[in-house]
Design a protein around this ligand. Structure first.
Ligand code: 6PG
Length: 247
């Protein structure tokens, strides 16, 4: 499903509503809520709203929520590039979440060790429903201007990974390693929600949603979850999409 909002502020507000609705339903069903957060800048306002403004702050089931991340940069948790730090500053430092319920990727370690430790943490986490793969209640995803999501970048090794849950991924264009959930894990989620704003995303989004199936070039095409798939877009990001796609 695709929903288009006039502004990033309206998108953030609706995203907060959507997250809380899924959280409360998860708590009703299983007395817990597992969410994998996205990095980047787009979700920051949504995280801030959840933490600072009512009714979000008071209705969110903070004590029953386990926070995870979809990916991380190879930096310590106090580094400005850290996905963890952005969520900590915008939300987690302001809410009554139990420390043991924040499952960050220990990216201060080598990418290989960080990935292995994070996968071990997922396997050990008893609130994560597991069949073959872990099933997050909700995975938030961003979208890069060239079509990447999480740290699944075009032409990178991680795109082909079918067995491991978390892997280190060399991203040549950034000249950097990343640590990322793999597509099979993301596709196991009960709900996947993309938050995408900005005209610089419009063409890659058109390619992803309307172009040929070429996930090597458009990695977000790999994201076809068994649960719900929703794109929250602002007008700018949606500006190149056809009417058929938007109805
Ligand atoms: C990251 C994210 C990445 C991000 C996109 C969009 O670690 O950077 O996981 O996938 O969501 O690059 O980033 P913006 O929201 O800043 O445009």
């Amino acid at each position: 499903m695709i929903r288009v909002f006039d502004t990033p502020a309206q998108l953030a507000k609706q995203a907060a509503e959507q997250i809380i609705n899924i959280a409360r339903q998860s708590v009703i069903e299983r007395d817990s809520f597992t969410i994998a957060l996205s990095g980047g800048g787009t979700p920051r306002e949504t995280y801030r709203l959840l933490a600072e403004e009512n009714p979000y702050h008071i209705t969110f089931p903070w004590q029953k929520t386990h926070f995870f991340w979809g990916d991380e940069r190879p930096v310590p948790p106090d580094h400005p590039d850290s996905c963890y730090l952005m969520a900590h500053q915008a939300m987690l430092s302001k809410v009554p979440v139990s420390e043991g319920n924040v499952h960050r990727i220990k990216a201060e370690l080598s990418p290989e060790v960080a990935a292995a430790e994070y996968e071990a943490e997922l396997r050990a986490c008893d609130v994560l429903v597991k069949e073959e793969l872990p099933r997050f209640d909700l995975i938030l995803l961003g979208f890069g201007s060239e079509g990447h999501t999480a740290s699944l970048f075009p032409g990178t090794k991680a795109l082909a990974e079918k067995d491991q849950w978390v892997i280190p991924n060399w991203v040549g264009k950034l000249y950097s390693m990343r640590i990322t959930l793999t597509a099979p894990v993301i596709n196991q989620a009960a709900h996947v929600l993309f938050l995408v704003t900005g005209r610089e995303k419009a063409l890659a989004l058109k390619g992803t949603l309307e172009g040929l199936y070429e996930p090597e070039q458009m990695p977000a095409q790999l994201i076809q979850p068994r649960g719900t798939l929703t794109y929250f877009l602002d007008q700018e990001a949606a500006s190149a999409l056809s009417t058929e796609t938007l109805t």
